[in-house]
Design a protein around this ligand. Structure first.
Ligand code: FE2
Length: 365
């Protein structure tokens, strides 16, 4: 290791040009071949047969499909169960084949094709295939960002028990040390000085594993599928986890949306600093991303929106359905979510600027 600290002259230096990963599609046959390969190997010690989807431009330190998002294709054979792991990254999963049972924080739910669930940070989860077919899922996490920060905590022999609701309630009823630390106002604009206790005893939220069964999602998608083509918003629903509060996410880092576009819908070119990955659940369509035309169909995994790239998506004669994972809540927390709804619209900073207004009320009349 070179131990010498250097000082870099950046006086008058121009802003660094951002290196944009190009749009790419991992095709259905490649995903299917990988599933077959994973099913053929010896069972790994932790029971997790997994392949990480790696973008050709990724320079590490771990495989990733967008700079801050990894996607793992995970396979369990009938009767197999994965070992519990404790990680400070959080996940959003979608089952794309077979069925199984997810157990996390004392809660168990059965999942089948197109069900979505989230796994909070530092919550142990086991997944079991109790069916007769391969249980296949796509698992998205924010691990690449934590790995880049060199703070990805992974404990594959977890001993600690998660704090249960009872102990959380007891703690809430106790007088907190921070109550003895009186805020000191500075000036008249809201600036304050706070004692140490405020740093180490922040207000908590109940971060739970939630499950969105496909059978409950699917009927509602007909609402957006049936919407007028003149609608200026997107034909989708976000799978909302209340723990993400105003950041409208599915996990603290990502939102998951399920879109069902009617035939012949063409979105206006737009851009956002959040990166997006689309899994095409049904139908087919095409996109233009940074001027590059790309087509995709059912079963493909499309890196569909590199952050701040101008892009739009279009359905064809059938329409399409897609799961989109986007690192939108992460950017809201960072106050870095820039959004330009059309290339003629102003660049908004969502979360502090008044957001985009669609024509929903006019369409609904
Ligand atoms: Fe977009």
């Amino acid at each position: 290791m070179n131990s010498e600290i250097t000082l870099v002259d950046v006086s008058g230096a121009p802003a660094r040009e951002q290196f944009v990963w190009p749009t790419v599609v991992l095709r259905k046959p490649a995903i299917e071949a990988q599933i077959e390969r994973l099913a053929s190997i010896d069972r790994p010690a932790d029971g997790r047969r997994a392949a990480a989807v790696n973008h050709p431009m990724n320079t590490g330190p771990v495989p990733a499909y967008a700079p801050g998002i990894d996607v793992h294709i995970i396979v369990l054979k009938p009767g197999e169960k994965s070992a519990a792991v404790l990680r400070n990254s959080s996940c959003v999963d979608m089952c794309i084949g077979g069925s199984g049972v997810v157990t996390t924080a004392g809660k168990t739910f059965h999942v089948e094709k197109f069900d979505v669930w989230n796994t909070p940070s530092m919550q142990m989860q086991t997944v079991e295939n109790n069916g007769n077919d391969l249980f296949v899922r796509l698992s998205y996490s924010n691990a690449p960002l934590l790995e880049r920060l060199e703070v990805h905590y992974v404990n594959d022999k977890p001993q600690i028990a998660a704090q249960n609701d009872e102990s959380r309630e007891m703690a809430a009823q106790q007088r907190r040390a921070r109550d003895a630390s009186t805020p000191i106002p500075i000036g008249s604009d809201g600036a304050q000085m706070l004692g140490y206790e405020w740093l180490v005893d922040i207000d908590t939220i109940d971060s739970k594993a939630l499950h969105w069964p496909w059978k409950d999602i699917a009927p509602h998608l007909e609402n957006v599928y049936g919407m007028d083509l003149a609608y200026t918003g997107r034909h989708l629903y976000v799978l909302y986890n209340p723990a993400t509060e105003r950041r409208i996410g599915t996990s603290p880092s990502f939102f998951a949306t399920i879109a069902k576009l009617p035939p012949g819908k063409v979105d206006k070119p737009h851009r956002h600093t959040s990166a997006a990955i689309n899994y095409i659940m049904w139908g087919h369509g095409k996109s233009v991303v940074n001027g590059e035309k790309i087509e995709w169909a059912e079963g493909d995994l499309h890196f569909s929106a590199p952050g701040w790239s101008v892009h739009n998506h279009a359905s064809r004669e059938q329409g399409f359905m897609a799961l989109t994972i986007q690192d939108h809540p992460l950017h809201i927390a960072n106050e870095s979510l820039l959004w330009q709804e059309t290339l003629k619209s102003p660049i908004l900073k969502l979360g502090t600027d008044l957001g985009v207004q669609t024509n929903l009320s006019a369409i609904a009349e």
